[in-house]
Design a protein around this ligand. Sequence first.
Ligand code: AMP
Length: 308
Amino acid sequence: MPILVVGSVALDDVETPFGQRKGALGGAAVYFGLAASYFTEVQLVGVVGRDFPAGHLELLSSRGIDLAGLQVVDGETFRWGGKYGYDFNARETTFTHLGAFAGFQPQIPERFRQTPNVFLANIHPRLQLDVLGQVERPQMTALDTMNYWIERTPEELREVLARVDALLINDSEARQLASEPVLRKAAARILELGPEMLVVKKGEDGAVTFSREGIFAVPGLPLDSIIDPTGAGDSFAGGFLGYLAASGDRSPEALRRATIYGSTMGSLCCEAFSTEKLVDLDPHEIEDRFQEYKRLTHFEHAPILLNA
Ligand code: AMP
């Protein structure tokens, strides 16, 4: 079943110890859409300026992403710059030029309105609410947000949280949102705000999924090479929700598999600059990575006589 994503489409300047890219294809909706496109059909709603390269549009279309909801307006595309040192969990944002994204008013095309699955990437909670008002009773809605909105628009954020099924955020955002340093308690508070599932992403250290049925934690897979972690969180969301949308299953077992597919897509994203890895994946690579997580986390219980 298809999934609709609403969020940023960007041109990124990224610098890591291994090189740099300027004007690379980026944005939360792009990373999400590319990752989810390996699981199900993707419909994208966003905005770019007339400077957005035609080649990027062709690339997204070549992955089957439906761009009917991508507005092309006068002005410049959203541009963002990020710089990393050897600690990839610490990133410096070097600039944010909102351009056309500053006036973004999501317009959901008529034929996207009955899409059963919706992902609201990190945009103003008021716009997220507006999107929920335009779609017709989706079966699964999910949300990303950031500290900026947690601090500045707490009421609107709570309003949207009360209306979604899933929230995907990082650990510091979860603690901040719940005003609670203990992650497990923070998660319990967040689930009381509305969502039935909460995914807490911890960068290189993995992810934890909380629901009323329990907790599932996956460690970070030690990778052979990390080139550029930009977009890993959104790629995680694409794998997680793409799998749930494709399977139509929200059982505790499906949530576990979704957490592994999320981790799979997030980790693959980091292995090349920008979206370079995500645009051209062999589905076997995704399955192999899934199995690698299985091997990494599997163990047998062998009873021993404990020394009393
Ligand atoms: P992540 O590494 O998961 O935080 O995602 C980085 C991507 O998000 C980059 O491609 C940026 O273009 C985009 N981005 C950065 N800041 C924002 C923002 N304030 N709103 C929306 N998208 C953003």
